[in-house]
Design a protein around this ligand. Structure first.
Ligand code: 4AD
Length: 430
């Protein structure tokens, strides 16, 4: 029966069968050290020529990096390291002798690695990132269910924009004209909260962003959450609770992965404290004091986000932005109607914006006037306006960019490593 490497610690002395791939091989005369990986972890298997059938030893000798193999062996404690276990090989079966593997155990340039992304995923580093990504997804689901949200999926083909018309990807859609790939499922889960109260979606979203930065993808995964009867203040509390939950979850469950990634976890540990808050107005003033030439009414760039958080141990909310630079659906601040009740959450360590959220305009006439003012096609938003006709309630929500969050937690520099198959302005393959 197949045994998983991650479970070997509890099987010392037993004979087990590990199915996987040969990651690396070193030979020293009649002894071969095989580094095996099976998806759940890595283990060293030690093969002694004198104890094996000559046919088996020959198979070991000819096996190449990334060959698929089945190894039977006895689980033993590493002679020197207390927490490390190894296999003493009893039998070795080569399933497929791998061709010469293009990714050798040496440094390769990023373009080469991206071209070979389908193979690069097998490296220790990519394995660790994939697992942290999975942990972030799990943490999000756990936290939201605890807070009474359920998952409701939103469509990818949509007739209208959610986040402005400039980043839409058009797709010909039979006789119905042009469909657009979703930029965010928000508008649809706003409909669903009138059924289930609180919900979230989690899926790929698309933005035709021409930005060639280390934090922009054209296809990324977003979790949109939406809650009925939640206003701006509580919206921020839910976001902070979620991010702190993700941090704790990853620190507890991804110790091995973060070690492989050489992530200094101290800043993450320290970030699990109440987050700082600035209004947009305060943020601009502070940035100007710090030397930025940003003007009131402009969006924050990467450098501004870095500057604003450089001395902060915790992520920073920037709330109440001018309505002129934010989408039509955001509710205006009753104290100053030029502002909206929204927030961007900026992570520390230069990770930048990870969340965008807001209270939504629930009044039919005000929402209609915003749709008209932005010259959006009213007919496309009729269904969305309907939500303000039939039992409209105060409600709020937010969207977290999965790869941005993974990038921060892992400390990986470029977002392209935070999604299995990245899509950027210059990359569609593999
Ligand atoms: O701030 P955004 O545009 O918000 C929305 O789309 C809302 N409709 C969400 C909501 O209220 N339900 O995007 C949310 C997050 C950003 O904070 C960022 O983390 C991520 O999505 N994001 C990107 N991630 C990678 N590549 C891009 N091009 C991204 N654009 C936004």
């Amino acid at each position: 029966m197949q045994t998983f490497v991650k479970n070997l610690a509890s099987m010392v002395g037993q004979e087990v069968e590990v199915k996987g791939w040969l990651y690396n091989k070193r030979s020293s005369g009649p002894i071969a050290f095989l580094e095996l990986r099976d998806g759940s972890g890595w283990v060293q298997a030690v093969a002694a020529k004198s104890e094996l059938d000559p046919v088996v030893w020959e198979e070991i000798e000819k096996s190449t990096q990334e060959s698929s193999v089945v190894v039977t062996g006895k689980v033993a404690k590493h002679p020197k390291k207390a927490t490390v276990f190894e296999l003493q090989v009893i039998n070795f079966k080569l399933l497929q002798l791998a061709h010469e593997y293009p990714i050798a155990h040496k440094e390769h340039g990023p373009d080469f690695l991206m071209e070979n992304r389908h193979l690069w995923l097998r490296s220790k580093r990519q394995w660790a990132i994939l697992r942290v990504r999975d942990a972030v997804i799990t943490a999000i689901g756990e936290y939201l269910h605890k807070e009474n949200f359920i998952k409701v999926d939103s469509p990818v083909f949509t007739p209208n924009a959610c986040e402005g018309t400039t980043t839409l990807f058009p797709v010909p859609y039979f006789d119905l004209g042009t469909a657009y790939l979703s930029q965010s499922g928000q508008l649809y889960i706003e409909a669903a909260i009138a059924s289930v109260g609180r919900c979230y979606d989690f899926g790929p979203v698309f933005r035709a962003e021409k930005s060639k930065t280390k934090r922009h993808l054209t296809e990324f995964w977003m979790m949109d959450a939406e809650a009925a009867f939640v206003e701006h203040e509580d919206n921020l509390k839910i976001q902070e609770g979620l991010v702190r939950y993700i941090i704790r979850y990853c620190l507890t469950n991804c110790q091995e992965e973060l070690k492989i990634l050489e992530r200094n976890t101290e800043p993450l540990e320290k970030a699990d404290k109440p987050f700082t808050r600035y209004t947009y107005d305060e943020a601009i003033k502070k940035l100007n004091e710090l030397g930025s030439d940003i003007k009131y009414g402009e969006d924050l760039g990467n450098d501004d986000e870095g500057l604003l958080t450089k001395d902060s141990q915790v992520p920073v909310f920037i709330e109440k932005w001018p309505k002129s630079i934010k989408p039509f659906y955001m509710k205006r601040d009753s104290v100053n109607s030029d502002l909206v009740l929204n927030d961007d959450l900026i992570a520390i360590e230069g990770a930048g914006e990870i969340i965008g959220g807001s209270q939504r305009e629930e009044d039919y006439e005000l929402l209609l006037s915003r749709i008209k003012a932005e010259e959006l096609n009213e007919e496309d938003y009729q269904w969305y306006l309907d939500l303000r006709k039939y039992g409209s309630v105060p409600h709020s929500g937010f969207g977290i960019g999965l790869e941005r969050m993974v990038r921060w937690i892992t400390g990986v520099e470029h977002i392209r490593e935070c999604i299995p198959f990245p899509r950027t302005i210059g990359r569609l393959r593999p």
